[in-house]
Design a protein around this ligand. Structure first.
Ligand SMILES: Cc1cc2nc3c(=O)[nH]c(=O)nc-3n(C[C@H](O)[C@H](O)[C@H](O)COP(=O)(O)OP(=O)(O)OC[C@H]3O[C@@H](n4cnc5c(N)ncnc54)[C@H](O)[C@@H]3O)c2cc1C
Length: 427
């Protein structure tokens, strides 16, 4: 088994790394300062985007781009190490037009948009001219089970009328967010419960769309937002329906496969950085007559972190590779893999970053290092794109389905003496 990245990917890794070091990381302080002053996105972001595009470091995520669409056409597997590099700095993905939730939304539009929808929304997204958000979760129902969703759309003449409330909608507060892809109820309760929902393309400036608030995540106020949004009699032409009416679930599967795994790839990058920060700190901090690096428990934290990161990376790569073999919605194994890595990545981020914060002492909880934010994001990962419990259920169900297919195959491994096997177990 060859674990090397292809020569093309190695070359892209080097170029992306160099670009990050030379142009992006030096702006990190300025980015935070600008956001603290309420200037978002910072003016230099556009310059960086132009530069990245000129360097061919643009739309690195979408495998099936057409010839006239800008980007590298990389497979999910090839994209993984690049997302890891961009992930080290949470705002960096935007420089390369690889941000969540746009990547998932572009995948979705690529698969299901009509030619007109493609021109209006996908092309500006691919060029990085606009941003987008994906609106599924609702305050009034358990949104980990999307069959509960209540926001509804009704046909009235030649219009669609949308009513409801969504929350935690990432990216909706970005000044360039022009499009919401809204998952909503379109069918009757008597329909198949997985055929009652549709997706709508809702321009952000449509009358009746109100951004109520940007919700902080554990006291971290993201400038791009995790927003609560109300839709009151939002009127849209029929042409704003994305894909088939009632096909919302099937389309969500297509979107969430790659979108979810991109988060996991970025997690690996953030955990690598946390581990590097932790190691450096242990080599310089001195207590009770030795460096922190000399304490056995600290060495164990470093080693455990290395083991966990490497295990998670391999799982990410396998999940990416399986996604490349076929769409998640037609491949149960692939769906299980994506669920597995989603849980592993969240655990990884909270455990590795937690150790790093402990090594940094009080400073680890302050905004002076990236660790507190990384941990907060790790905590959010246990919920966003579906809670861990739901993903574990997916993995377990797949495992049980596999077992049902070969039911009884373990019988020969029992060591019970033959004569006892024949005896009734209960007298
Ligand atoms: C930072 C952040 C960003 C987000 N971004 C978006 C976004 O852009 N768009 C969007 O639509 N949503 C977004 N969300 C919302 C997220 O997808 C939901 O929070 C998630 O799906 C869970 O839904 P819920 O909050 O309604 O929890 P609920 O559905 O109420 O679940 C609560 C808890 O119940 C338990 N539970 C649920 N199902 C099971 C089960 N089958 N087995 C065992 N236990 C179970 C779990 O412990 C779960 O945590 C975001 C959330 C966060 C924190």
């Amino acid at each position: 088994m060859d674990f090397e990245y292809s020569p093309e990917v190695q070359s892209l890794q080097q170029r992306l790394d160099a670009f990050m070091e030379r142009y992006v990381v030096p702006y990190n302080g300025a980015w935070h300062q600008s956001v603290a002053q309420g200037i978002y996105p910072p003016p230099f972001l556009e310059d960086l985007k132009v530069l990245a595009q000129a360097e061919g470091l643009w739309n690195l995520f979408l495998p099936s781009l057409h010839d006239d669409e800008p980007g590298k056409r990389l497979s999910n597997l090839d994209y993984a190490p690049l997302a890891e590099i961009m992930g080290r700095l949470p705002w960096a993905s935007e420089v390369f037009n690889c941000s969540a939730p746009d990547t998932g939304n572009m995948e979705l539009l690529h698969l299901f948009a009509t030619p007109e929808q493609n021109q209006t929304w996908l092309q500006p997204l691919l060029k990085g001219e606009i941003r987008s958000a994906f609106a599924m979760s609702e305050p009034d129902v358990a949104s980990s089970d999307p069959t509960n969703l209540q926001t509804c759309v009704r046909r009235t003449g030649d219009e669609l009328v949308l009513n409801g409330r969504k929350w935690f909608i990432t990216g909706a507060a970005h000044p360039r967010c022009k499009l919401l892809i809204v998952m909503c109820r379109s069918g009757e309760p008597t329909d198949d419960k997985h055929a009652q929902h549709s997706m709508l393309l809702v321009p952000m400036d449509t009358p009746g769309v109100t951004l109520v608030r940007n919700i902080s995540i554990m006291q971290h106020h993201a400038p791009e937002g995790h927003c609560e949004i109300v839709f009151s009699d939002v009127r849209l032409p029929l042409s704003n329906l994305l894909g088939q009416e009632g096909a919302g679930f099937a389309m969500a599967q297509a979107r969430l496969g790659p979108g979810r795994i991109h988060h996991c790839m970025r997690t690996i990058g953030q955990c690598e950085l946390a581990l590097s920060l932790m190691c450096e700190r242990t080599l310089e901090r001195h207590a009770f007559g030795k460096y922190l690096a000399d304490f056995a428990n600290v060495q164990e934290w470093i080693a455990e972190s290395r083991l966990e990161i490497d295990q998670a990376r391999l799982l990410v790569l396998r999940a990416a590779w399986r996604l490349d073999q076929g769409l998640a919605q037609v491949n149960a194994q692939s769906r299980s893999d994506v669920s597995a890595i989603k849980v592993v990545a969240a655990r990884l981020q909270t455990s590795v970053v937690n150790r790093a914060m402990q090594v940094f002492g009080a400073m680890g909880l302050s905004p002076d290092t990236p660790l507190a934010y990384f941990w907060t994001w790790g905590r959010a990962l246990h919920l966003l794109d579906g809670p861990d419990e739901v993903h574990l259920r997916t993995v377990a169900r797949h495992e049980l389905d596999l077992t049902r297919e070969v039911r009884g195959s373990t019988a020969a491994y029992f060591t019970l003496p033959e004569q006892l096997q024949a005896e009734p177990r209960i007298r």
